[in-house]
Design a protein around this ligand. Sequence first.
Ligand code: TXA
Ligand code: MG
Length: 358
Amino acid sequence: MTNFQGVATEVLPVDAQHPGPEAIERAAAIIRAGGLVAFPTETVYGLGGNALDAAAVRRIFAAKERAPSDPLIVHIADAADLSRIAREVPGAAMALARQFWPGPLTLVLPKQAAVPPEATAGLDTVAVRLPSHPVALALIRAAGTPIAAPSANRFTRTSATTAAHVLEDLDGRIELVLDGGPAIVGVESTVVAVDAAGVHVLRPGAVSLEALRATLREAGHDIPVEVARPQAAPASPGMLEKHYAPRARLCYVRGPREDALARLRKELDAAAGQQAGLLLPDDDLAALGDVVSATTVASLGPSDDLEAVAHRLYAGLRALDAAGVEVIFARQLTGDGLARAIDDRLRRAATTVIEVAE
Ligand code: TXA
Ligand code: MG
């Protein structure tokens, strides 16, 4: 894998809401020429290349050092382009697209022949998303082609939510980063497969299970919606057990707050002598009191503001890595839809998961 060596990565600032046409045109020209551009989306930064150009898609895999068995998401800017990518769109998928696009929902559908097998890891299905971020939309439109874009991080590592994170992982491997400031949501899109048997949530994300169910019910689709369980041969490699991981070891405690905090104290004691980091909401940090002074801290904001927590999650993991901690402690937060996505990412990022019971 040497074909990315020697690329000078340029960083071009863009206004997140009203990206200037010059910057967008420069980025679009790179995509059309088979190059790679990282760009902000509302979820995380994407590492984009022309989805219909097999060579560009291979470069995405090389730059990320991504396993070729892990398929990409194809991003479009107009729902009318869905039929260029997917050869069949079941009614239930249509209803979800109508409700959640533009936005953080990815639909897995039967693929069109125009999508190269490299993009879908040889599967007969393709993942499609219509993002809401103005920079992403402007780039796809100007490029005049659907853009394949995984999260802009090295494979199995923490996703990038700022241009600086992208450079940490991909400097020298891609032509350009469009810097539109931090991504908004902070965790990736919800990935759902829709087939005759129902709707399968392959990766929990910004669109909650409850919202999916409500939309289908209102649209008159009486079909089951279920969270796919991690399998030996994953239906979605984003379900790989090791993913989103920091360099430090991550100890993740799941269970009710008081019990989890008590267990965290014990684990911190046991880790005395190692450089420890805490990735916790403000109220937990306050509850831990003096213990906190011996650690490096990344605050997630108030525990009842899950949008703030999601927004800070990956930046917190990266900040603790940058501070050189050896072990990071985090705990499960309970709550609505986003809590499921946050729990999913921390569980997969963890080296050790501890379950405490009441
Ligand atoms: O929010 C997001 O989805 C971001 C932004 C950039 O759009 N993208 C992203 O891409 O998270 P990536 O490649 O990191 O994750 C794509 C997920 C993986 O879990 C992959 O296995 C799954 O989608 N996926 C892609 N194509 C699939 C397919 N045909 N069948 C099942 N899962 C698929
Ligand atoms: Mg990813």
